[in-house]
Design a binder for this molecule. Structure first.
Ligand code: MG
Length: 157
Protein backbone atom coordinates (compact mmCIF):
# COMPACT_ATOMS: atom_id res chain seq x y z
CA UNK A 1 0.00 0.00 0.00
CA UNK A 2 1.29 3.45 -0.96
CA UNK A 3 -0.12 6.82 0.11
CA UNK A 4 0.24 10.22 -1.56
CA UNK A 5 -0.84 13.74 -0.68
CA UNK A 6 -1.84 16.50 -3.07
CA UNK A 7 -2.55 20.19 -2.61
CA UNK A 8 -3.79 22.83 -5.01
CA UNK A 9 -5.06 26.39 -4.83
CA UNK A 10 -6.56 28.70 -7.45
CA UNK A 11 -7.64 32.33 -7.42
CA UNK A 12 -11.24 33.36 -8.14
CA UNK A 13 -11.76 35.47 -11.27
CA UNK A 14 -14.78 36.79 -13.10
CA UNK A 15 -15.70 35.41 -16.51
CA UNK A 16 -14.87 31.72 -16.01
CA UNK A 17 -17.10 28.84 -14.92
CA UNK A 18 -16.49 27.28 -11.50
CA UNK A 19 -15.62 23.63 -12.21
CA UNK A 20 -14.78 21.33 -9.30
CA UNK A 21 -14.49 17.56 -9.55
CA UNK A 22 -15.84 17.80 -13.08
CA UNK A 23 -19.06 19.49 -11.91
CA UNK A 24 -19.94 23.01 -13.06
CA UNK A 25 -21.20 24.87 -10.00
CA UNK A 26 -23.40 27.97 -10.40
CA UNK A 27 -21.41 30.94 -9.07
CA UNK A 28 -20.61 34.47 -10.30
CA UNK A 29 -16.89 33.68 -10.39
CA UNK A 30 -14.72 30.80 -11.56
CA UNK A 31 -11.08 29.93 -11.02
CA UNK A 32 -8.07 31.34 -12.86
CA UNK A 33 -5.78 28.82 -14.50
CA UNK A 34 -4.22 27.55 -17.70
CA UNK A 35 -6.51 24.51 -17.80
CA UNK A 36 -10.14 24.54 -16.66
CA UNK A 37 -8.65 25.20 -13.18
CA UNK A 38 -10.45 22.26 -11.55
CA UNK A 39 -8.51 22.37 -8.27
CA UNK A 40 -10.21 19.20 -7.00
CA UNK A 41 -8.98 17.18 -9.97
CA UNK A 42 -5.54 18.83 -9.71
CA UNK A 43 -5.06 17.98 -6.01
CA UNK A 44 -6.15 14.39 -6.65
CA UNK A 45 -3.74 14.09 -9.59
CA UNK A 46 -0.87 15.13 -7.31
CA UNK A 47 -1.97 12.68 -4.60
CA UNK A 48 -2.07 9.82 -7.11
CA UNK A 49 1.26 10.78 -8.69
CA UNK A 50 2.78 11.30 -5.24
CA UNK A 51 1.74 7.84 -4.06
CA UNK A 52 3.54 6.39 -7.08
CA UNK A 53 6.57 8.71 -6.67
CA UNK A 54 5.80 9.72 -10.26
CA UNK A 55 6.39 13.46 -10.03
CA UNK A 56 3.64 16.08 -10.07
CA UNK A 57 1.00 17.65 -12.26
CA UNK A 58 3.26 20.47 -13.40
CA UNK A 59 5.77 18.01 -14.80
CA UNK A 60 3.14 15.89 -16.52
CA UNK A 61 0.99 18.73 -17.88
CA UNK A 62 3.13 21.92 -17.90
CA UNK A 63 1.14 25.16 -18.00
CA UNK A 64 3.63 26.42 -20.61
CA UNK A 65 2.24 23.82 -23.04
CA UNK A 66 -0.63 25.07 -25.24
CA UNK A 67 -2.01 21.51 -25.36
CA UNK A 68 -3.30 21.97 -21.80
CA UNK A 69 -4.91 25.40 -22.39
CA UNK A 70 -8.48 25.13 -21.06
CA UNK A 71 -7.87 21.38 -20.71
CA UNK A 72 -10.52 19.13 -19.15
CA UNK A 73 -8.78 18.36 -15.85
CA UNK A 74 -10.91 15.25 -15.35
CA UNK A 75 -9.27 13.89 -18.49
CA UNK A 76 -5.84 14.83 -17.07
CA UNK A 77 -6.85 12.91 -13.93
CA UNK A 78 -7.73 9.86 -15.98
CA UNK A 79 -4.39 10.15 -17.80
CA UNK A 80 -2.45 10.41 -14.52
CA UNK A 81 -4.21 7.30 -13.20
CA UNK A 82 -3.37 5.48 -16.45
CA UNK A 83 0.28 6.44 -15.95
CA UNK A 84 0.46 4.88 -12.49
CA UNK A 85 -1.52 1.86 -13.69
CA UNK A 86 1.22 1.44 -16.28
CA UNK A 87 3.59 1.08 -13.31
CA UNK A 88 1.47 -1.71 -11.84
CA UNK A 89 -0.40 0.45 -9.31
CA UNK A 90 -4.09 1.28 -9.00
CA UNK A 91 -6.11 3.68 -6.89
CA UNK A 92 -7.73 2.09 -3.85
CA UNK A 93 -9.40 5.15 -2.33
CA UNK A 94 -9.05 8.90 -2.01
CA UNK A 95 -10.20 11.52 0.48
CA UNK A 96 -10.41 15.22 -0.37
CA UNK A 97 -11.12 18.41 1.55
CA UNK A 98 -12.10 21.55 -0.35
CA UNK A 99 -11.51 24.76 1.61
CA UNK A 100 -13.91 27.37 0.23
CA UNK A 101 -15.86 30.20 1.79
CA UNK A 102 -18.47 30.64 -0.97
CA UNK A 103 -20.35 29.00 -2.55
CA UNK A 104 -21.31 26.28 -0.08
CA UNK A 105 -20.61 22.97 -1.77
CA UNK A 106 -22.93 20.67 0.22
CA UNK A 107 -25.28 19.72 -2.63
CA UNK A 108 -22.38 19.24 -5.06
CA UNK A 109 -20.16 16.92 -3.01
CA UNK A 110 -21.86 13.63 -3.91
CA UNK A 111 -21.98 14.44 -7.65
CA UNK A 112 -18.30 15.43 -7.53
CA UNK A 113 -17.32 12.16 -5.81
CA UNK A 114 -19.40 10.17 -8.30
CA UNK A 115 -17.82 11.98 -11.27
CA UNK A 116 -14.30 11.40 -9.91
CA UNK A 117 -15.01 7.71 -9.25
CA UNK A 118 -16.48 7.25 -12.70
CA UNK A 119 -13.50 8.87 -14.44
CA UNK A 120 -11.05 6.80 -12.38
CA UNK A 121 -12.93 3.53 -12.81
CA UNK A 122 -13.34 2.92 -9.08
CA UNK A 123 -16.47 2.29 -7.02
CA UNK A 124 -18.33 5.40 -5.77
CA UNK A 125 -17.54 4.45 -2.18
CA UNK A 126 -13.82 4.75 -2.91
CA UNK A 127 -13.92 8.54 -3.22
CA UNK A 128 -14.74 10.99 -0.43
CA UNK A 129 -15.12 14.74 -1.05
CA UNK A 130 -15.67 17.08 1.90
CA UNK A 131 -15.86 20.86 2.13
CA UNK A 132 -15.25 23.41 4.84
CA UNK A 133 -14.80 27.13 5.18
CA UNK A 134 -11.67 28.75 6.59
CA UNK A 135 -13.74 30.56 9.25
CA UNK A 136 -13.17 33.89 7.51
CA UNK A 137 -9.39 33.77 8.01
CA UNK A 138 -6.72 34.54 5.44
CA UNK A 139 -6.97 34.47 1.64
CA UNK A 140 -9.42 31.58 1.74
CA UNK A 141 -11.59 33.29 4.31
CA UNK A 142 -11.65 36.48 2.27
CA UNK A 143 -12.85 34.46 -0.72
CA UNK A 144 -9.82 35.30 -2.86
CA UNK A 145 -9.55 31.68 -3.93
CA UNK A 146 -9.92 28.09 -2.88
CA UNK A 147 -7.60 25.32 -1.75
CA UNK A 148 -7.93 21.55 -1.92
CA UNK A 149 -6.10 18.83 0.00
CA UNK A 150 -6.22 15.25 -1.27
CA UNK A 151 -4.91 11.94 0.02
CA UNK A 152 -4.87 8.85 -2.17
CA UNK A 153 -3.84 5.26 -1.57
CA UNK A 154 -2.60 2.94 -4.29
CA UNK A 155 -1.93 -0.76 -4.28
CA UNK A 156 -0.07 -3.07 -6.62
CA UNK A 157 -2.37 -4.70 -9.15
MG1 MG B 1 -4.13 23.65 -10.22
Amino acid sequence: MRVGIGYDSHRFVKGRPLILGGITIPHPRGLAGHSDADAVAHALIDAILGAAAAGNIGQLFPDSDPRWKDADSMELLRTAHELVRGRGLALVQADLTVIIEQPRLGPHLAPMAAALAERLGVSPGAISVKAKTNEGMGFLGRGEGIAVIAVASLEAR
